[in-house]
Design a binder for this molecule. Sequence first.
Ligand code: IPE
Ligand code: IPE
Ligand code: MG
Length: 245
Amino acid sequence: MTLAAAPASPGGAAAGLRHLAIIMDGNGRWAKARRLPRVAGHRAGIEAVRRVVEAAPDLGVEVLTLYAFSSENWKRPADEVADLMGLLRHYIRSEIKELHKNGVRMAFIGDWRSLKPDIVTMLEEARTLTAANTRMTLVIALNYGGQQEMVRAVRALATEAAAGRIAPEAIDDAVIEAQLDTAGLPAPDVVLRTSGEMRLSNFLLWQSAYAEFVVTDVLWPDFDRAALVDAVAEFATRERRFGGR
Ligand code: IPE
Ligand code: IPE
Ligand code: MG
């Protein structure tokens, strides 16, 4: 049976949606439409994160990756960057117990270790606390850029090669994958972007080689369980080929 023939039901597992990766976009536009400061949009965006993290496991999602702060987002005004970091602190602090109780394992990708020391400590603690949980893995991409991730992987492999610990001809796709921040995770089945923008913005460049791209016009702060069900149903209509026929 092809995926196209599968019912467009919200059965993530049935539809083979193991890893859902989301580019959470549109917080600024949501605030602007309400004549509110951008931070109000980011705050409302946190509520959308709560809703989606709660709904995703019910749809069979095993790994949920959320793009929270890109390597390029440092270009934003300092007060907005500070607001985003403050909201990250607030989210982890207020949600960690609940996430742990709900069996969510937390992981982080990107150069998150170069964030402020108190944030790094908090993220380390969240990882340790939830390490054995199995209901869903919540991956938060922080200070993440796909190109920067590849640069780090190449440097690590070049160091190994220069030290004679790996032969250049032994470097293949599996070896590269093992050096990425996402090592051990399945590739994303869906990259979903909210707010209608049709670009990857440096997100999971290697990993999304065969991801289905789903774009919704819904602004991230308005995203909810129903919007998630719609996205999963859209995925269920896609016929994946992976280069075959
Ligand atoms: C997404 O919303 C949040 C982050 C990128 C951190 P934006 O802040 O990009 O919202 P728009 O794109 O300006 O509407
Ligand atoms: C992508 O959104 C980054 C995150 C969602 C964290 P942006 O709003 O930063 O992307 P561009 O600038 O529109 O490409
Ligand atoms: Mg944006």
